[in-house]
Design a protein around this ligand. Structure first.
Ligand SMILES: O=C(O)c1ccccc1NCC(=O)[C@H](O)[C@H](O)COP(=O)(O)O
Length: 377
């Protein structure tokens, strides 16, 4: 039986879609909808006129898969649940299916995050987070800080990353004091900071984010997290985040739209990250996107190529970005003033830099080396 993969029953997508259309659409995408949740909220058979029979887990999964496939998203939100339970006499068993192993590191991170968030939500439900937000100071203007820095220096505004480790590079800095590093970055001329909050793969934490905010650092803070659920946005805001990252290879368009709306309500900025042309085109078609990050690192293979920024900003895409006045951030693999000049020439007005700064003994001074001159005041 091991390794046997069952084919799912064919099911016309329009039929699933019609039966599910009574919900807010965002519920149908991977981040927010579970049949269990529907049942908990009383959305069950007969409870809604447009929902003519109970929506099964399999149907929802099929619909989600269709959405994800149609948008070219390769990262699966969680391991396939496998074929349905089988009964032989009194015994119940599930056939093991193929594909229960993550296909790459990004998928592994996402699967882990999905479980982690489910546990965190149990401890801090959304209503308690919303209550906590009443006492949190308002979010700072992340995009404004980048534009100001760009105008002031004539160089891309810097988002300096507080990053202890990464899956591709291992430990980047042993003597890691997040607050001291953040203060050094601010002194060195960073416009904004990016703080890794993932513990398992990056050795980051929400405590780091909160400590940096509470230490009086004025730079707006990006919560560098793998967001799979809207709940994480509220949690990040409660810890002092001013901006969040949405990764287009992980999130379907509907989730991105929904999360952007939540951020607008919370006064936060969204950095929507793309790596290839298809993701860029999807994101450019989403209303309300103001900040796009082009990651030069392929998060599935770790390959880094700063030409990627240039490639994605050429021709009509670059033109559309200028028309829409979208601010573009060049991300990853930037080490020298020549690298900065290269991505600036390609059209970016901001850069996100981790490794090349964090590895230096004085990460603040490293900013001048990276830009080829002092960018603090
Ligand atoms: O950095 C990684 O190894 C990594 C692996 C899997 C998912 C994301 C990852 N990094 C996130 C980033 O893209 C970078 O932290 C960020 O752009 C800064 O990059 P760098 O200047 O090259 O440290």
């Amino acid at each position: 039986m091991e390794g046997l993969c069952l084919t799912l029953q064919p099911f016309p997508s329009s039929s699933i879609q019609r039966r599910l259309s009574a919900f807010n659409l965002h519920r149908l995408t991977r981040s927010s909808f579970t049949p269990l949740r529907a049942q908990k909220s009383g959305i069950t058979e007969g409870s809604d006129s447009a929902l003519d029979s109970k929506v099964t887990e399999q149907e929802v999964t099929m619909y989600q898969n269709e959405v994800v496939e149609s948008q070219g998203i390769k990262i699966r939100r969680r391991p396939p649940t496998g074929p349905p339970l089988h009964y032989v006499g009194p015994f119940e068993f599930r056939l093991q299916n193929e594909g229960n192993t993550p296909r790459n590191i990004l998928e592994e991170i996402v699967w882990n995050k999905d479980k982690e968030v489910a546990q965190m939500k149990e401890r801090k439900p959304l209503y308690s987070l919303k209550k906590a937000l009443e006492n949190v100071p308002p979010a700072r203007d992340f995009i404004g800080a980048l534009r100001d820095a760009n105008q002031r220096t004539g160089l891309p505004g810097l988002i300096a990353e507080v990053k202890k480790a990464s899956p591709s590079r291992g430990i980047l800095r042993e003597d890691f004091n997040p607050v001291e590093i953040a203060q050094a970055y601010e002194k060195g001329g960073a416009a904004c900071l990016s703080v890794l909050t993932d513990e398992k793969y990056f050795k980051g934490s929400f405590e780091n984010l909160q400590a940096i905010r509470e230490a009086g650092v004025k730079c707006p803070l990006l919560m560098k997290e793998f967001i799979v659920e809207a709940w994480q946005i509220y949690y990040g805001r409660s810890k002092g985040a001013d901006a969040i990252l949405l990764i287009a290879s992980v999130l379907p368009d509907l989730d991105i739209k929904y999360m952007i709306k939540i951020c607008k309500i919370l006064g936060m900025a969204t950095l929507v990250e793309v790596h290839d042309e298809r993701e860029m085109d999807r994101v450019l078609a989403i209303e309300g996107v103001e900040l796009i990050g082009i990651n030069n690192r392929n998060l599935e293979t770790f390959e880094v190529d700063i030409d990627n920024t240039k490639k994605l900003l050429e021709g009509e895409r670059g033109e559309l970005i200028r028309q829409k006045d979208i601010l573009v951030v060049g991300e990853s693999g930037l080490f020298t003033p020549e690298d900065i000049a290269f991505v600036q020439e390609a059209g970016v007005k901001a850069v996100l830099v981790g490794e090349s700064l964090i590895k230096q003994s004085d990460p603040g001074k490293a900013i001048s080396t990276l830009f080829g001159r002092d960018v603090s005041e």
